[in-house]
Design a binder for this molecule. Structure first.
Ligand SMILES: *Cc1c(COP(=O)(O)O)cnc(C)c1O
Length: 383
């Protein structure tokens, strides 16, 4: 059986976790946490980063930082994980769902403006499969209407947006464009913190101090530890968002190997693309779309079938032949929980991805031979 996903170990995880244990400092914000945060701030130029216990927690911190009032509206794609919407709903906001593009599941920047009302406060682009949303267009809409942008970059580590603003092309790391961003280190993502983990990114200086306070249970403890204040106490809202040093140690072992991990994933992704291109050309399905303004971080290899029936049949065939292929999100606007609260707009592209998209196995320890085997099965099935 070729599983859909299998977490990868670089070999150093247990070693660093052992170090964390014998350092005598197990709680959060220790040496490994600082190393990981420094990695992101240096490699990607993020203004301030804070490790969290999950991507969901990082999104919840973003939502708290947006300081929403009851009735404020937040625009979220319907084709995403529950946490993207839930983080803002928990803060009392009204979630307004946006449709995906025709070309890929990302939020459609062109239809975004029609969703904006005087109550709109935040736009949440999700970089699906680690492929950038059209951030120049989204940031322009946000600027025009004075909105905050929170990037759900859960899948988007080490991926870039190629900005065409001011004629010269510039490469911006995803998670570094909006005011705030969230990454995930869940075991299904490219880099994991030992199963669960996340990162809050603060790009806008205005949110740096409050982010640290929310992270430290509503206290100014971080300032106290830096010697900036001589006692610490309760100063704001907050919760316990920081992971233990044991998780940070695991994450550090993975970050040290990010080049190798990314290179291997890209090789596998490109093999799928090359081998499946002839079938896609014949119209059997469509291949993943990487727009001219995006790079590929090989988070996921998905294809889109012409119908739900075609997808169901393909998944069944692959399963019978020992391959774990899986569909992805169900439309959040028609979920059991949100449907009664949704404004009734149809979101046809989102529904199409919910019905027709299927993800193929892609993980570090998958071999080129296995990818070739899966593609051979495709050739047999579609001939
Ligand atoms: C994985 C994921 C999340 C949630 O991250 P967790 O670390 O599992 O909490 C949120 N949004 C998207 C788009 C994701 O893929």
């Amino acid at each position: 059986m070729i599983n859909f996903n299998q977490p990868h170990l670089t070999g150093k995880e247990a070693h660093y976790m052992y170090q964390a244990v014998y350092n005598g400092k197990l709680s959060g914000n220790g040496e490994f946490t600082k190393k990981c945060q420094q990695f992101f701030e240096t490699r990607y130029g993020f203004r301030k980063t804070l490790l969290t216990t999950s991507g969901t927690d990082a999104l919840e911190m973003c939502a708290m930082l947006c300081d929403l009032k009851p009735g404020d509206e937040v625009i979220v794609p319907s084709y995403t994980f529950v946490s993207t919407a839930l983080a803002f709903l928990r803060e009392g906001a009204k979630v307004v769902f946006a449709d995906s593009m025709q070309r890929n599941p990302n939020i459609d920047a062109e239809t975004l403006e029609a969703l904006i009302t005087p109550r709109t406060k935040v736009i949440v682009p999700v970089h699906y499969a680690g492929v950038a949303c059209d951030m120049d267009a989204i940031m322009a809409v946000a600027e025009k209407h004075n909105l905050l942008v929170v990037e759900d970059a859960a899948q988007a580590i080490d991926s870039y947006y190629l900005s065409r603003k001011s004629k010269v092309e510039s490469r911006k790391p995803l998670g570094g464009i909006g005011h705030l961003a969230a990454f995930s280190f869940h075991e299904t993502k490219n880099i994991t913190a030992g199963g669960e983990g996340g990162l809050l990114v603060v790009n806008d200086e205005r949110f740096v101090r409050r982010a640290e306070i929310i992270w430290e249970k509503g206290t100014n403890r971080a300032e106290f530890f830096r010697g900036e204040v001589n006692k610490y106490g309760w100063v704001d809202m907050g919760s316990s968002f920081l992971p233990s040093e044991v998780n940070a140690a695991f994450l550090w072992a993975q970050l040290e190997n990010i080049e190798d991990i990314q290179a291997k994933r890209k090789t596998l992704w490109e093999k799928y693309y090359e081998r499946l291109a002839p079938l896609a050309a014949k119209g059997a399905f469509t291949l993943p779309d990487i727009p001219e303004y995006a790079t590929n971080n090989a988070h996921m290899f998905y294809i889109v079938l012409p119908s739900l029936e075609a997808r169901t049949a393909l998944i069944k065939y692959l399963k019978e032949n020992g391959v774990g292929a899986v569909f992805h999100y169900l439309s959040l606007h028609s979920s059991e929980y949100y449907k009664p609260k949704h404004d009734g707009r149809a979101l046809p592209q989102c529904d199409r991805y919910a019905d027709c998209l299927v993800r193929l196995p892609l993980f570090y320890d998958l071999t080129i031979e296995e990818v070739n085997h899966i593609c051979d099965l495709f050739d047999t099935y579609f001939q």
